[in-house]
Design a protein around this ligand. Structure first.
Ligand SMILES: Nc1nc2c(c(=O)[nH]1)N[C@H]1C(S)=C(S)[C@@H](COP(=O)(O)OP(=O)(O)OC[C@H]3O[C@@H](n4cnc5c(=O)[nH]c(N)nc54)[C@H](O)[C@@H]3O)O[C@H]1N2
Ligand SMILES: Nc1nc2c(c(=O)[nH]1)N[C@H]1C(S)=C(S)[C@@H](COP(=O)(O)OP(=O)(O)OC[C@H]3O[C@@H](n4cnc5c(=O)[nH]c(N)nc54)[C@H](O)[C@@H]3O)O[C@H]1N2
Ligand code: SF4
Ligand SMILES: [Mo]
Length: 671
């Protein structure tokens, strides 16, 4: 038989700001090689180590290929296959009974960013609105960061990420870009070649310090105080842009009079752990830079003071007039929300009355404690809450409930899927259609299936169509295909898409949304100015709020892994073996004082739980901090729990975000 070999375009579906374009080599219906699309303006032909062999994920022997029904205890992973028809019938039967007995609010969807494609990621929204189910507040990632930006800059978009190439001082602030935003570093490297200095500000020495000229290690959760300290020094030294502050900024005088005097270098040094000399030299360099560019990560927003920290940092460039200048200012994330008519995807209008909202960071609490009505069924797709949600012990306790009917739609038998009553096999991004936009670039892309579904797997869109039919939801919306919805979306004009090269877009190439010419200089706030003073905020001026902290001696950093993305990619033995083990990193002096040695099993613990790790003793981590990178699957952990058994369900100061970094632990030898 003749071999068919084709190169097809697709998109990396993962929750990563880069949203890379892919070239997929397909031989007889199998993806055999994946490379970065050289024509994609941000990917520029290279991928990260996770995606270089995406075919090993897509055609993994661990892919789920049939619907499954549980035959063993919850969590045991014992299932037997059943047909799609039986699976859908059973789910609908259970739900109809629950709705009769307790109402639809007893049913809760749980989903996040398994795929970033707009159609598949949001496919459940219309269905659960129509059902009248409890709603999920999807705030696990970085809503506090958005709130902090918005408080100062309103709807002003971030600059184009490649503008960083024109900066003379790049600050990578709370971002491990080598792991999480690798293509942004292209512009950083150009800037550096042209003489820019690159700083990294983090709580420990990450891989990204290898691309930085200077790494500053700061006490967790203290960046707000640090930014106020820098502003204090800029004002003291007269290194501010008075003209800019007078004409384009609201509230500088109030900040200067009421707040900054409280942040002299000695106090800020005490709060942040940075020496007075360091603070002085950083303020001098920042004040002198012509085009300082801050790339702000989300890590520092995942604290009890997260929104205020971001808000304070976002004020800093205003003092030196960096906003509005090319190659300067602050980049948080791109704002591409208006590229497609999201209301046509989400169909909030299907909700006949406003139903209960459950915060996804408090799923542990919700499964165990919520009443009127209690949650009787959980439908999980595009997420792995048993691993990624905080307070894992509570989450697993909830998932173990005998009276909870859990359905998980997944590509793999994840920690969560193991607790399901019914598991449905999901397609990978190479097997379904979708539209993609990005939160780190201004590119959009249209991906069409490049291989047939693996086994009997079905896309989110298809599964919700089946479920709608079984539940008797007869709106024509549920009867259209994903491609029909895409065609509908593309028929709706959007100012943001005006002028794009539609021909390239329709053959699957990435195209960039054009930023309006005044994007940089028009501040989209109620006053039209940068709002250092924002009267609508509970604190009208930025100020330092301490994080939650805790009683134990070590701040726990639960940072992303280089070889995984949240709990995705753990199906890959090649990547796991590169990461080697579930390590806890600790400073040599701390290890010595605790009597712990390199390579030993240790137990990190706090009031929420206990987790076993293998100890790595390293000066990359300062005293008083321990680092656990990556979210492992339980089956690969040295003990019975992974890092989120140590993180709490507390929320951020604003926007109800997660506080993954704001936890403390103690450490002892694992017995
Ligand atoms: N390889 C890989 N890539 C990923 C992910 C992954 O898991 N692995 N996850 C994806 C997702 S969902 C997201 S949201 C993004 C995450 O991206 P972001 O959250 O924007 O940033 P990160 O690169 O994770 O880096 C967060 C950094 O903040 C640091 N940090 C923590 N607390 C503080 C603090 O108080 N002050 C300062 N200055 N720094 C602090 C941490 O040590 C860490 O290095 O990445 C995406 N990309
Ligand atoms: N300790 C700690 N915990 C964290 C973080 C941290 O830094 N530290 N980061 C947090 C952040 S920023 C985030 S965004 C969350 C992320 O949390 P999640 O979005 O839950 O991320 P993943 O672990 O990647 O799980 C996604 C799952 O979706 C599945 N999937 C992929 N594509 C599809 C599809 O098309 N259909 C269906 N049905 N399933 C699909 C994948 O197989 C995978 O198991 O984790 C958070 N948890
Ligand atoms: S995970 Fe990020 S860097 Fe890696 S291929 Fe996907 S979009 Fe690109
Ligand atoms: Mo995230």
């Amino acid at each position: 038989m003749a071999v068919t070999r084709k190169i097809k375009r697709s998109v990396c579906p993962y929750d990563c700001p880069d949203a890379c374009g892919l070239l997929v080599e397909v031989v007889d219906g199998m993806a055999v090689k994946i490379t970065g699309d050289p024509d994609h303006p941000f990917t520029r032909g290279t991928l990260c180590p996770k995606m270089n062999h995406y075919q090993k994920t897509v055609h993994s022997p661990l892919r789920l290929t049939h619907p499954l029904i549980r035959i063993g205890e919850k969590g045991s992973g014992q299932f037997q296959p059943l047909s799609w028809k039986e699976a859908i019938d059973q789910i609908a039967k259970h739900w109809q009974k629950i709705i009769e007995q307790s109402g639809a609010e007893a049913i809760l969807p749980y989903s996040y960013a398994g795929t970033m494609g707009l159609i598949q990621r949001n496919a459940g929204h219309p269905f659960f609105y129509r059902m009248g189910a409890s709603r999920l507040d999807r705030t696990i990632c970085s809503p506090a960061k958005e709130a902090g930006w918005k408080a100062v800059m309103g709807e002003t978009p971030s600059p184009h990420p490649d503008e960083v190439a024109e900066s003379d001082l790049v600050i990578l602030w709370g971002i491990n870009a080598v792991a999480t935003n690798i293509h942004f570093l292209h512009g950083v490297k150009i800037a550096r070649r042209n003489g820019a200095s690159v700083w990294l500000i983090d709580t420990y020495r990450t891989l990204t310090s290898t691309v930085a000229d200077k790494t500053y290690i700061i006490r967790p959760g203290s960046d707000g105080a640090f930014a106020l300290g820098l502003m204090h020094l800029l004002v003291r030294d007269g290194s501010i842009d008075k003209q800019f502050l007078t004409t384009r900024v609201q509230g500088f005088e109030e900040l200067k009079e009421k707040i900054l005097p409280d942040y002299p270098p000695e106090k800020v040094s005490h709060l942040t752990g940075l020496s007075v000399d360091t603070l002085e030299s950083m303020a001098k360099a920042y004040g002198k830079a012509k085009r300082p560019f801050i790339r702000l990560g989300s890590g520092l927003s995942r604290y009890g003071n997260g929104a205020m920290t971001i808000r304070t940092i976002v004020c800093l460039p205003a003092l030196v007039g960096a906003y509005g200048k090319k190659g300067a200012g602050c980049f948080t994330s791109t704002h591409t929300g208006e590229a497609f008519a999201m209301r046509e995807i989400l169909r909030e209008d299907f909700m006949t009355q406003k139903t209960r909202i459950v915060n996804m960071n408090q799923i542990g609490w919700a499964l165990n404690e919520i009443k009127d009505p209690p949650i009787k069924s959980l439908y999980v797709y595009c997420s792995n809450p048993a691993a990624v949600a905080p307070d894992q012990n509570q989450v697993i306790k909830g998932l173990t409930r005998k009276d909870l009917f859990t359905v998980v739609h997944e590509r793999f038998l994840t920690d969560t899927a193991r607790y399901a009553d019914i598991v449905l096999p999901a397609t990978s991004s190479l097997e379904h259609s979708d539209l993609y936009r990005s939160y780190g670039t201004y590119c959009i892309q249209w991906a069409k299936p490049v291989i047939p579904p693996v086994g009997e797997s079905k896309s989110n869109w298809e599964v919700f169509s089946f479920l709608a039919e079984a539940m008797g939801f007869d709106e024509p919306f549920f009867r259209q295909s994903a491609d029909e919805l895409i065609a509908h979306l593309l028929s709706i004009p959007a100012p943001m898409r005006e002028g794009i090269d539609f021909k390239s877009f329709s053959v699957g190439k990435a195209v960039e949304l054009p930023l309006p010419p005044d994007a940089r200089t028009r501040f989209q706030t109620p006053s039209g100015k940068i709002e250092i003073l924002n009267p609508k905020e509970p604190h009208p001026l930025p100020t330092y709020l301490p994080p939650y902290g805790g009683e134990e001696p070590f701040a726990l950093m639960t940072a992303p892994s280089f070889y995984a993305l949240n709990s995705s990619f753990r199906e890959r033995p090649d990547l796991r073996s590169k990461e080697r083990k579930m390590f806890l990193k600790m400073n040599p002096l701390d290890a010595e004082s605790k009597g712990l040695r390199e390579g030993e099993p240790v137990m990190a613990f706090n009031r929420l739980g206990e987790v076993s790790f293998i100890l790595r003793v390293t000066p990359e981590v300062p005293q008083g901090v321990v680092v656990a990178e990556g979210i492992w699957w339980l089956e690969h952990a040295p003990g019975f729990r992974t890092v989120n058994a140590l993180t709490s369900q507390r929320l951020t100061d604003q926007a109800k975000g997660s506080t993954f970094y704001d936890n403390t632990v103690d450490v002892k030898p694992a017995s």
